[in-house]
Design a protein around this ligand. Sequence first.
Ligand code: NAD
Length: 348
Amino acid sequence: MNVFSDPAFDNHEQVVFAHDARTGLKAIIAVHNTRLGPSLGGCRMWPYASEADAIHDVLRLSRGMTYKSAMARLPLGGGKSVILGDPRSQKTPELFRAMGRAVEQIGGRYIVAEDVGTSPDDMHNIARQTSHVGGINDGSDPTRTGDPSPFTAYGVFIGLKEAVRFKNGHDDLGGLRVAVQGLGNVGYHLCRLLHDAGARLVVADLNANIVDRAVRELGASAVSVDEILSVDADILAPCALGGVINDRSIKTLRARIIAGAANNQLESDRHGQMLLERGILYAPDYVINAGGVVEVYYGREGKPVSDTNKHIEGIADTTREIFKRAAAENLPTGFVADRIAEERFAPR
Ligand code: NAD
């Protein structure tokens, strides 16, 4: 089990192993970079197959948050935490209070929020021990539900429209076919926005009920989960899983634009190069799915939702800058995005 020699280790500032014998807490908190501000990132609870897997995940995810917040022009760095355990059977309020104490000990260099396997209730338990927690809805602002997904969807919508503008010279979605993979919290909100803008939806999800709802409410056409990536569409919006753009799927893609919410859509960097060679415009995932983290930040600052939305609309400028630089230098958009992020957070 290695930290410094793990392939995901990237000059992380601090990696803390937290243990609490009474509650059984085993957690790792990784602070990747705080040059732009305190690191912020979700707390994932997952039954990792090994401690090495947990270390790798927290190193990888915390680094990703540095890039995401830098690209979103937030005064935040990147961090993440993982709790080793099964969220279905091993959660207790005491466990999360112990996690809160561990976060408190980092002294504000890490701000925790919800992630896969953790819930608003868990964040409330963490908040009993530390103020360094985001995404808490205390009910003081009725326009805030505490759910970042609609904000994530709004940012994806903004980025997707910018991609259409770059390809077509205008951002009118009227009549364009958009294939949406995954109709969860983000995907369904995105479908609503696309529908309202006049797009025609083609959708797939493992959950047949949600697909039926999209057909009924939004006039979507349903296809199977095996077909969605290769369906005849102008735009593909992956909103389910990572790694969907890979050697197999790239051969059959028919969309000319990829713009969706899922994290780590490209299985590896070389798939960005393959998309470039095929003339498919890829809106880098972490750039356009940053709406949720923007809302967590503004919620913590006590600023109104209108400020969140205004900030999210800035995703258009960032996306355009990436597309322009990528086109001028004939480079993959993901590569250019990383370079711009690094210019922002790396020590000068
Ligand atoms: P979610 O769990 O609510 O929804 C995911 C949906 O995808 C589910 O309905 C699931 O049934 C479906 N799905 C799973 N496998 C599928 C497959 N093979 N084909 C089609 N559908 C499939 O998750 P979410 O919160 O909507 O997030 C979606 C993606 O966006 C995730 O990758 C997440 O990491 C990313 N993301 C979410 C947020 C946010 O604010 N929620 C922010 C940034 C990134």
